[in-house]
Design a protein around this ligand. Sequence first.
Ligand SMILES: [Fe+2]
Length: 335
Amino acid sequence: MAKIVLGMGTSHGPMLSTPPDKWDSRVPFDKAHKAHPFRGQTYSYDQLVDLRASDDLAKEITQDKWNARYAACRAAITKLADVYAQVKPDIAVIVGNDQKEVFTDKLMPAFTVFRGETLLNVPMSDEQKSKLGPGVAIATPGYMTPQLAQYPGVPDLADHITRHLMANQFDVAVSSELPEGPRGHGVPHAFGFIYRQIMRDQPIPTVPLFVNTFYPPNQPSAKRCFDFGAQLKSAIESWPTDKTVAIFASGGLTHFVIDEALDQRVLAGMQARDIESLTTIPENLFQDGTSELKNWIPVAGAMTSLGLDMHLVDYVPCYRSPAGTGNAMGFAYWR
Ligand SMILES: [Fe+2]
């Protein structure tokens, strides 16, 4: 039977692939966006500045601090990529989300198993890049290849996972070819980041699992995500093969408004295998980019069920404005 030999979680946000002297390039977006979800309510940028006045965020918004934060993130990514290279799994399962890169309001499945032979990483034209929001284009090499890239899927394992999930209360969608989005049928950034920055452009056969973390009204709850992970673990371990498997979580932690208390609750819950704490976080906290914590919870479910210990490589809250906007980055592995 297949053996799970590694679990890994990494943030994938644009600030990881943006030189720190350009970290403020996304602030115009923060100011223009009128409804930032934060702790169950929504706020404008100016309201957040008032709300967080006592958090003394000014000390976070200096070039020296940004340089140090960026260096810490890059060191953590290097560490994860080194651990991955050392473990050398045969097959990867990546739990990630789509941000309307392939799924749209026309069809938005809650959970999707990709069962195709091949995945594509499709570059954007310069014209397409020019239409991205402020501060996004500069970070695209972090997840997008300069040329069309093809990655192998694992249809056998994908169908085995699907059958197991269907027999255990998870009625998932399947996809043999990703729907066509703005970048053709290319993989979303959550997946591209793992291929580029953790696998260092040397992809192994992969089953991508999509969780609709972002878009109401069919976001799976934290409890469902945890249970999904436990079933995913059983599915992989009952796949008749002698191959080794790594499971990745891509995304988070809290953003675009950083909430360190929520990050610490999730990290501590995963480390202590505190299922109750992880699965009772109020659902209204999982909105916007912060919802990507739900890519980590299935991996936590699998690893808890497996009994592997979590090693926290780093937690780096990368603030970019006095409103507390930015992206808190998390890096961890289980083995
Ligand atoms: Fe994302």
